[in-house]
Write a protein that binds this ligand. Sequence first.
Ligand code: SF4
Length: 303
Amino acid sequence: MKNKLNLRLKPKRRLRKPFEGNPPVPGDPLRSTAPAGFNRRVTKKEKTSLAAFLDLAGDYLAGAFRRGHGEYTFNDETPPPDAVPASAGNDAAADGSLEAIAAEVSRCKRCGLCTTRTNTVPGEGVSHPLVMVIGEGPGGDEDATGRPFVGRAGQLLDRMLDSKGKIGLSRTRNCYIANIVKCRPPDNRKPQTDEITACVPFLIRQIRLLKPKVILAAGNTPAKTLLDSTIGITRLRGSFVNFSGMPLMPLEFTVPLLPTFHPSALLRDETLKAPVWEDLKTLRTRLCELDPEYAAQMADIPL
Ligand code: SF4
């Protein structure tokens, strides 16, 4: 084909008509006129479900965590001996610097969550912990009391950490418990990115002071936030990662960080207890390597 200037032009490409679905078949409900296959617009909800499915499928392929993992000991409702003591938090409060952070948090208006909170929830536990547990944010019970992990999920966390002495951890003896955001997101929604960005410097300051031997990141939000990752918790969980701070907030030291599921996920899905028990055993093994006193305490307690 040539134009007036005698230049060769490419022939126009004919656009393919998009597939508009199968023709209706009267009386056959399986053959509808709805658009089908890849020509159909995928909804946001479908994309989210597909992403969750792929995340889960990846975990199956990586470790098949839902296979049997033997007995785990936080399954019954019996609380460990000192799960929620009246004095919880006193040890940490004795550290002036942690107390100063808590006071700063109580006045904080850096994000919109300050308008809906009842109490701030800075965290509680011992001031030189073996393990710092980091969750997502306070729920209703935590907002009402100003203490982290005191609702049903919190009670399960206490049982998980102790596991009838097999893991031997507790917020009164050797743990500190905190959250990514210190104020409750309304209706227990996930904290938004701007809220996390505003609040996470408090957490980094707490980590700097506490210098835990290990961080246990409980759930998607803490794992993804601290590791600056888009990978879901089902793939992140179970393996230690070296944590040395966040962009613009580096630490002067490195802490082994173990991602695992949040206890509230276990309350919704019992099958997650098996992989969490595996994670707790991994945690115990690493703590035995890092802390001779803990190793001696665990020496006569079989898993
Ligand atoms: S969530 Fe954190 S940043 Fe937001 S108001 Fe509460 S303490 Fe401040």
